[in-house]
Design a protein around this ligand. Structure first.
Ligand code: NAD
Length: 355
C-alpha cells in the first residue's frame, strides 16, 4: 500500500485525494492546507488527517475546530510520495522540502517542466516515470492534447499538429479571474507556450498552438487540425478514438451542443463534482480532407489530470504496467462513458453493483 500525502488541497488536490483513496493499492495519509476554509472541513469529513502547510497558521485550525495531525514536514517525512497540488510556482519552491526528506513527489502542470525529471501523461509515456523520484503531470490542456495525439501517432503517424485552444477564464471558484466580458488572444504572442509543453511528452512532434481566453468557467475547447502521414477516413478516426477509454466521442442525437450540456450530463450521471475526466470529442466534428484531420474537443480543466496523477504514482513505484494501471484507475473512478448515452460508464455501473 503506497502512502500518499497531498500538499495543497484546492481544485486539483481535493480531487487527487479522493481518486487515490478510491484505489486498492494506495491510501491518503494526510493533506496539507494553508487555511481552515470550507475545503479543510470537507477533508476532515472525508477522514483525511489534516496538516498545517504553514506552521504559524496552525492556531487558526484549532480556532475553527479542526484538529491537526501535525505540520507539513511531518506529512512529507511520513509519506511514500507527495502529490504537490499547490498553485503554480509554489511546487518548485516545495521541492527542497521533499528532497530534504528523500520523499518522491509529483508536481502539476503549472510548474515549469524542469521542476521534475520527467513530464508525464499516462497514455503517451507511462514508462518514462518508472523509478523517477520527481514527476510532473502535465497541464489540463497538454493532457487533453497528448491523449488524442498518442493514438493518432501510433495508428497513422503525425506530420504536424495545429491547435487553437479556447480557454476558460478561470475555474468556477476563481472569482478574481477574468475576462468578464471580452475575448482575449492569450498569450497574444503566437505560437503559444502550449505546443512546447506538448513536446515535453512528444519531443519529436511538429506542433503549433494558439491560445485565447473567454468569459467561461466550465471547460476549455480545442479546435484541432492534425496533418497525418496517411490518408484516412473520418469513420476510421472515429472508431480509433472510440476505442480510447479516456476519450468520449460525443454521439450525434444527444443534443450535447456545448460545454454546458456536457457538464449537465456529468451532473445527471452523478459523477463526483460533475467531473468529466475524459476528452470530449464531438463525433460530428471529426472531418477529414486527404491527410488533414479536423475536430473539436472539450476538456474539463478541473478533472482530466486526476486519473493521470493516480497512474503517475503506479508508474513511479513500478506497481503495474501502463494498461493495467489505466484500467484499474478508470474502473475505480468510473472513467469511460462510451457506449452509455446516460453518461454512466459500464465500469462505474459495475462498481455500483458490487457495493
Ligand atoms: P488552487 O488554487 O485551486 O489550489 C491550490 C491550493 O494550495 C489552495 O488550497 C491553496 O490555499 C493551497 N496553497 C497555497 N500555498 C500553499 C503552500 N505553500 N502549501 C500548501 N498549500 C498551499 O489551484 P489548482 O487549480 O488546484 O492548481 C494546482 C496546480 O494544478 C497548479 O500547478 C495548476 O497549474 C495545476 N492545474 C490546475 C488546473 C485547473 O484548471 N484548476 C488544471 C490542471 C493543472
Amino acid at each position: 500500500m503506497i502512502r500518499v500525502g497531498v500538499n495543497g488541497y484546492g481544485t486539483i488536490g481535493k480531487r487527487v485525494a479522493d481518486a487515490v483513496e478510491a484505489q486498492p493499492d494506495m491510501e491518503i495519509i494526510g493533506v496539507a492546507k494553508t487555511q481552515p476554509n470550507f475545503e479543510a472541513h470537507t477533508a476532515v469529513k472525508r477522514g483525511y488527517p489534516m496538516y498545517a502547510a504553514i506552521p504559524e497558521r496552525a492556531p487558526l485550525f484549532a480556532e475553527a475546530g479542526i484538529e491537526l495531525a501535525g505540520e507539513v514536514d511531518e506529512l512529507v517525512a511520513e509519506a511514500d510520495v507527495i502529490v504537490d497540488c499547490t498553485p503554480s510556482g509554489i511546487g518548485a519552491k516545495n521541492r527542497e522540502l521533499y528532497e530534504t526528506h528523500h520523499t518522491p513527489a509529483i508536481f502539476q502542470g503549472g510548474e515549469d517542466a524542469d521542476v521534475a525529471d520527467v513530464s508525464f501523461n499516462a497514455r503517451s509515456n507511462y514508462a518514462a516515470a518508472r523509478d523517477a523520484d520527481y514527476v510532473r503531470v502535465v497541464s489540463c490542456n497538454t493532457t487533453g492534447l497528448s491523449r488524442i495525439i498518442a493514438p493518432l501517432e501510433e495508428e497513422y503517424g503525425v506530420e504536424k499538429v495545429r491547435a487553437t485552444l479556447v480557454r476558460r477564464g478561470g475555474d468556477p471558484g476563481q472569482n478574481s479571474r477574468g475576462p468578464i466580458n471580452d475575448i482575449l488572444p492569450n498569450p497574444i504572442k503566437v505560437p503559444s507556450h502550449h505546443g512546447p509543453d506538448v513536446k515535453t511528452i512528444f519531443p519529436d512532434l511538429e506542433i503549433d498552438t494558439l491560445g485565447l481566453k473567454v468569459p467561461a468557467t466550465l471547460m476549455h475547447v480545442h479546435a484541432l487540425n492534425v496533418t497525418l502521414e496517411d490518408d484516412v477516413t473520418g469513420a476510421h478516426v472515429r472508431q480509433l478514438l472510440e476505442g480510447e477509454d479516456r476519450i468520449y466521442v460525443v454521439p450525434e442525437g444527444l443534443g450535447i451542443d456545448g460545454a454546458g450540456k456536457l457538464k449537465d450530463l456529468a451532473l445527471d450521471a452523478e459523477r463526483p463534482r460533475g467531473d468529466l475526466w475524459e476528452n470530449c470529442v464531438w463525433g460530428e466534428s471529426i472531418g477529414v480532407n486527404g491527410r488533414d484531420l479536423y475536430l473539436f474537443q472539450a476538456i474539463h480543466q478541473e478533472s482530466d489530470v486526476i486519473p493521470e496523477n493516480v497512474d503517475a504514482i503506479r508508474a513511479m513505484f513500478e506497481l503495474e504496467d501502463q494498461k493495467t494501471s489505466m484500467e484499474l484507475t478508470d474502473r475505480k473512478l468510473g472513467v469511460g462513458i462510451s457506449g452509455d448515452p446516460s453518461g454512466f460508464s459500464e465500469q462505474a455501473r459495475a462498481e455500483f453493483a458490487d457495493d
